[in-house]
Design a protein around this ligand. Structure first.
Ligand SMILES: [Zn+2]
Length: 391
């Protein structure tokens, strides 16, 4: 049975988009005068992100009929874009891309209104080149994006450079790479659109803003960069977590009181006791010291700290959560739950996840394949088309 939108839901979707098409390359006005002097005409449609029909493009993502008919599953498009996004079973437009388009359009509309939005900005595109990458590649960020590929294909380098737009320390290890890496980050924020560049010139890291050299990066945004780094044994649980999330001990201690409040949190409760952190995990009522958790469990708890930080930051500035080697130590159930959570609109930040597994569970995400032939970065749908034609 088709899960169509009701008229009121479609009307709210249209209004929230300012009656403009949400495809960022289109943006056409979808309402205007009709054929007769006393008529109006509309060329807009409330399109489904996850499909109305079981066999439709992008599938139904395990959503119930009510969820499929909900406003949260609607994107306002012009008629021609609504056909474009559904072509080839929607391969080129996975749900994370359409969720991104919808959020971006609503953000632009609220900026035009001069009104407040609960979204603070949008990380739109990254252009990167140098080191082991061949040529220059463009990465369009969705609500949730996966960098996928074997080791040494440049995934972590690109993450370091994204984080490095805010921290020269992150860039240091890549300074001597040949050719020198460079990155341009294009973002939308309340004041407009900015292009921030980071590059190495004669061994020194230099920044540009909208093409002009800049002594520093003055843009207000936050990259939360979670890395699964091996650390020494004498550190306390909170030291280890703080190190992985890139924050100080006191910030980690502060976040411990809110990690259980993350939407869909794996943690039911947490408290600092002396030098240790005691946590309750969902599915297990007991509070356990962090040191007694398995590798996968302690990584889940660490992820909740990064999520809590991103939730707090996203209230005030555009926020991008980057998780290196996100699912390496997680079992399949935990992985699928994490992936589903990160792509929900409840989290008002964007996410990049680095993964090595080709059989990844990132259904509905924007996927980029690193490495491939000669150090390229290409959207996964292009690879799928290439292999499809070859067989
Ligand atoms: Zn359009």
């Amino acid at each position: 049975m088709r899960a169509n939108f009701s008229k009121p839901v479609a009307a709210v979707a249209a209004a929230r988009a300012g009656y403009r098409c949400s495809h960022p390359d289109c943006g056409k006005t979808t309402i205007g005068p009709g054929a007769a002097r006393n008529e109006s005409a509309s060329i807009g449609v409330a399109a489904h992100i996850y499909s109305a029909a079981p066999q439709g493009p992008r599938g139904q993502g395990g959503l119930s009929g009510a969820q499929l008919r909900d406003l949260s599953n609607a994107i306002w498009l012009c008629q021609s874009c609504s056909r474009i996004v559904d072509a080839n079973r929607g391969d080129k437009y996975p749900p994370a891309v359409l969720l991104g388009y919808r959020d971006l359009r609503e953000f632009k509309t609220s900026c035009e209104m001069g009104d407040v939005s609960d979204l603070q900005g949008w990380f739109d595109e990254i252009v990167v080149g140098g080191a082991m990458l061949s040529g220059e590649s463009s990465i369009r960020l969705g609500k949730a994006t996966v960098f996928r590929g074997r080791n040494d294909s440049g995934k972590t380098m690109v993450c370091d450079w994204i984080a490095g737009t805010q921290s020269r320390e992150r860039l240091a290890r890549w300074r001597d790479s040949e050719p020198p890496p460079h990155l341009v980050l294009r973002m939308l924020h309340r004041a407009g659109v900015s292009e921030l560049g980071v590059a190495v010139r004669e061994g020194t890291i230099v920044y540009t803003l909208d093409g002009a050299s800049a002594p520093l990066n003055p843009l207000d945004y936050r990259i939360v960069y979670l890395r699964s780094t091996a650390t020494s044994m004498e550190e306390t649980a909170l030291d280890r977590i703080a190190h992985a999330v890139g924050i100080d001990y006191d910030t980690a201690a502060g976040l411990s009181s809110v990690i259980a409040q993350n939407p869909g949190s794996f943690v039911t409760g947490a408290r600092v006791e002396g030098d240790d952190l005691h946590v309750g995990l969902s599915g297990n009522g007991d509070m356990l010291p962090f040191s007694r958790l398995s590798g996968g469990e302690s990584w889940l708890v660490t992820i909740e700290f990064a999520l809590a930080l991103a939730v707090a930051e996203a209230l005030y500035r555009p926020t991008l959560l980057v998780i290196d080697n996100a699912v390496g130590s997680l079992d399949r159930v935990a992985t699928e739950r994490l992936v589903a959570r990160l792509s929900t609109p409840e989290f008002r930040f964007q996410t990049i996840v680095v993964a090595t597994d080709q059989e990844s569970p990132f259904f509905g995400w924007q996927l980029y394949d690193f490495g491939g032939t000669r150090g390229t970065i290409v959207p996964a749908y292009e690879n799928a088309q290439i292999s499809g034609n070859g067989s």
